[in-house]
Write a protein that binds this ligand. Structure first.
Ligand SMILES: Cc1ncc(COP(=O)(O)OP(=O)(O)O)c(N)n1
Ligand code: TZP
Ligand code: MG
Length: 209
């Protein structure tokens, strides 16, 4: 059976401190909290990971590091997220051995969904659903039309949709078949993180699937 989780939080250039974000994620039972900091040094990433894990350890919130299998192994992250341009899942598992237990893969097309599923990830990301400035080299937008088919092809693997989603278009992605969502700037650029997380969790819980 597919284990959908609803909200997935990604930390990039946050307005609030890492610990405050982690506390909010834990308090609101957010399953995945990813650190995605492209401009930090390795040492700064490890420091940020340590701060976040000091809050998430022993809770239901899994800490996921983006891109870097070596650093995920070093800091003892629960999970690692890999994109199409990152190292392969096989190589990442070799580096992380048994220390990292959750692996996510990014996909941008339906054929990438088919390929990703063969690798048995714990979840897949699908998008960008809408235009977003939050990725340096953005892939073409998927639109909402492909979401239902991506979810169907992924079978038991949860699909989290990402890219340009905010409080105004959230319902349109749910109407299109999304069960799990990421919204980076909507949460990270705001002082009102907790209010927005609570509102979003309520919308996801109340949605008539
Ligand atoms: C949950 C989730 N989905 C997609 C991505 C994007 O990964 P990637 O394509 O490797 O791009 P970057 O995030 O590395 O810029 C993600 N990080 N998380
Ligand atoms: C990491 C990533 N992968 C696809 S789009 C994206 C960025 C999404 O950021 P936002 O939710 O602010 O548009
Ligand atoms: Mg990546």
């Amino acid at each position: 059976m597919r284990s959908d989780f609803g909200l997935y939080l990604i930390i990039t250039n946050p307005f609030l401190p890492y610990k405050k974000i982690a506390e909010t994620a834990v308090k609101n039972n957010v399953r995945y909290l990813q650190l995605r900091e492209k401009a930090l040094s390795d040492r700064e990433i490890l420091r940020a990971a340590g701060e976040i894990m000091s809050i998430t350890e022993g809770t239901e919130t899994r800490f996921v590091l983006n891109d870097r299998a070596d650093l995920a192994y070093l800091c003892g992250a629960d999970g690692l997220h890999l994109g199409q341009d990152d190292i392969s899942l096989t190589d990442a598992k070799t580096i992380c051995r048994e220390k990292v237990s959750v692996f996510g893969l990014s996909t941008h097309t339906l054929s990438q969904v088919d390929e990703a599923i063969k690798q048995k990830p714990d979840y897949i990301g699908f998008g960008p659903v809408f235009t977003t400035p939050a990725k340096a080299k953005p892939d073409p937008v998927t639109g909402t039309e492909l979401i239902a088919e991506a979810v169907k092809r992924a079978g038991d693997v949860p699909v989290v949709v990402i890219g340009g989603i905010d409080g105004n278009n959230l319902i349109s992605v749910l109407d299109a078949g999304a069960k799990n969502v990421c919204m980076v700037r909507y949460f990270m650029n705001s002082e009102q993180l907790e209010k927005r997380v609570k509102e979003t969790v309520k919308i996801l819980n109340d949605y008539r699937w």
